[in-house]
Design a protein around this ligand. Structure first.
Ligand code: HEC
Length: 109
């Protein structure tokens, strides 16, 4: 009886650790979105940009969003509005861009 109890507790611990690390990954993108100034231009929900010429990004395809951010950072993408965002892209690493792409793709469009 006691041993069964311990096993159950261990299993519960493993499950909570697994879901906790998942939550940390998700929180990472969310935290970056706030701390790396994304929120200032694209809005808290990713769909209320401060300027009508700025894009809504909530629910955007993850791969596409990631590629656009990489291109804006590198300068491969450069048009009328790109400069506004390029100015902050030195704040994020490639790994952080991936986490941010994951986060914005999960926002409700
Ligand atoms: C100073 C304002 C500003 C900030 C800060 C900013 N962006 Fe942007 N973002 C823009 C503008 C403007 C564009 C459109 C660029 C263009 O027209 O080429 C853009 C484009 C994008 C795109 C591509 C959208 C598309 O449909 O192609 C993504 C994704 C994005 N931003 C995410 C982010 C993330 C994540 C952050 C935080 C690291 C961020 N932005 C910070 C202004 C900003």
């Amino acid at each position: 009886m006691t041993r069964f109890g311990i096993k159950t507790i261990c299993l519960a611990a493993v499950i909570s650790v697994a879901s906790f690390s998942g939550a940390v990954m998700a929180a990472d993108g969310a935290a970056l979105y706030m701390s790396k100034t994304c929120v200032a231009c694209h809005g808290k929900d990713g769909k209320t940009p401060i300027m009508p010429t700025y894009p809504k990004i909530a629910g955007q395809n993850k791969e596409y969003a990631q590629q656009q951010m990489m291109d804006i950072k590198s300068g491969a993408r450069s048009n009328g509005m790109t400069a506004a965002m390029k100015g902050v892209m030195h704040l994020v690493s490639d790994e952080e861009i991936a986490a941010l792409a994951e986060y914005v793709s999960g926002l409700t469009p």
